[in-house]
Design a protein around this ligand. Structure first.
Ligand SMILES: [Ca+2]
Ligand SMILES: [Ca+2]
Length: 333
C-alpha cells in the first residue's frame, strides 16, 4: 500500500448491490481522455503479448490447498484463449511486490494490510499509460483483507476467486465495465450478462467464461492477424442531433450473441468483432443500474444523453465473416 510512484487507479470493483432491471447492452474499451478531440483508448501494444505478471506467493490467505493459483491461471487462460484475439497474460513467478509501484513489473498483490480495514472493493487495477493510451505497466491490488475468497463454485461463504480474477483481468487488458447485462427476477445477475458487466457478481454467483460481448472487446482491441470478423457502424441521432453515450446493441437471437457499444460525442458507434449472423438492433439510454459513472472514462461526466426511450429497430443486419455494415443511422425519440 505504500510506495514511491503510484499508478492511476482505473477500476474500483465495489461489492455487488442488487437492483431490479432488464438486460441492457456493450463492451467498452477503457477510454481515458480526449486528445485533440479524439477519445484515447487505453490499450496494450500487440508486441507486449504475452504479458508477464508476478503474484503474491500463496495468493489469498483464505485458501491453502493451491486451488487459488489454479483459479488465477485458469482466469488468465480464459482471456488468453479468446478466439480471434492475440491477447495473452501469464504468471511469470510468485514474488512479494507492492501494487501501484512503478517498477517495470506487473504486480498482482493479495494484500492483508490493516489499512484496508473497512474497505469494500474486491480489487483495483492501476494502469500506467503514455499519452497515446498505451499501457506501459499494470498492477492489481486484491483486497484479501476484507474479501473472503473461495474456489468452490456456488459456495455461500465467499466470492468466487476465478470469477473475480476474470473480471479484473478484463480491466488489466484495457476494458472498462460493460453495460451488457441485467438481472433475473430473483435479483441474481443474468447468465448472459458480460463478464465485464458493470455490476460484479456477488457471493454464490460465478461467471468464469467470457460472453460474446467480452470476446468482441478483445477482438476489437487485439485482433488476431488474419482473423475475419464482422462489424456494424453508424450514428445515433435524436431530432437530427448526435446522441452521446447511447447504448447500441446488436443481437443475434438464434446464436444468442449480444454485443454492444456506446456512442461517441458525435453520435457514432462501432460494434466490431462480431461473428457472422443476423443482427437485430436496439438502442437504449445509459440509465440505472448501469449509470454513466459506472462506466467511467469519457462517459463519467454529466454530458451523457439519457433523455430518450429504449427502442428496438426493425432493421436486420445480415453479415458474413469479414463483412461490415456502415452508415447505419438510427433516430431515437
Ligand atoms: Ca508495478
Ligand atoms: Ca481474504
Amino acid at each position: 500500500m505504500k510506495g514511491l510512484a503510484r499508478l492511476l487507479p482505473i477500476g474500483l470493483a465495489v461489492l455487488f448491490v442488487a437492483v431490479a432491471a432488464s438486460p441492457a447492452p456493450g463492451y467498452v474499451p477503457n477510454t481515458v481522455d480526449f486528445v485533440d478531440g479524439e477519445a484515447v483508448i487505453t490499450h496494450w501494444s500487440a508486441g507486449d503479448f504475452p504479458i508477464p505478471v508476478r503474484v503474491t506467493p500463496g495468493l489469498t490467505t483464505d485458501i491453502s490447498d493451491g486451488s487459488d493459483r489454479s483459479a488465477l491461471d485458469s482466469a488468465l487462460a480464459t482471456w488468453s484463449n479468446a478466439a480471434g484475439s492475440n491477447a495473452a497474460v501469464f504468471v511469470q513467478r510468485e514474488q512479494d511486490l507492492e501494487a501501484g509501484v512503478v517498477d517495470g513489473l506487473n504486480a498482482i498483490e493479495f494484500s492483508n494490510d490493516p489499512a484496508l480495514d473497512g474497505s469494500q472493493f474486491v480489487a483495483i487495477t492501476f494502469l500506467l499509460t503514455n499519452g497515446d493510451g498505451r499501457i506501459l505497466e499494470a498492477d492489481m491490488l486484491v483486497n484479501d483483507r476484507e474479501i473472503g475468497f473461495t474456489t468452490s463454485a456456488g459456495s455461500d461463504v465467499g466470492l468466487d476467486l476465478e470469477t473475480s480474477m476474470v473480471r479484473e483481468f478484463g480491466k488489466f487488458l484495457g476494458l472498462a465495465s460493460s453495460p451488457v447485462g441485467g438481472f433475473e427476477s430473483d435479483q441474481t445477475i443474468d447468465e448472459t450478462s458480460a463478464v465485464m458487466y458493470a455490476l460484479p457478481r456477488g457471493i454464490g454467483e460465478t461467471a468464469r467464461a467470457l460472453r460474446a460481448d467480452d470476446v468482441a472487446g478483445m477482438r476489437s482491441m487485439y485482433p488476431d492477424e488474419g482473423a475475419s470478423f464482422a462489424s456494424i457502424r453508424g450514428t445515433i441521432t435524436q431530432g437530427g442531433s448526435p446522441v452521446f453515450g447511447a447504448q447500441v446493441v446488436a443481437y443475434d437471437p438464434i446464436e444468442g450473441v449480444m454485443v454492444g457499444a456506446l456512442t461517441l460525442p458525435d453520435g457514432t458507434f462501432h460494434i466490431d468483432g462480431l461473428p457472422a449472423g443476423r443482427y437485430l438492433m436496439e438502442v437504449l439510454p445509459l440509465t440505472a443500474p448501469v449509470v454513466p459513472a459506472r462506466i467511467g472514462g469519457i462517459y463519467s461526466g454529466d454530458d451523457v444523453d439519457t433523455n430518450f426511450q429504449r427502442q428496438f429497430f426493425e432493421v436486420t443486419v445480415r453479415l458474413g465473416a469479414g463483412q461490415n455494415a456502415s452508415g447505419l443511422n438510427l433516430e431515437v425519440s
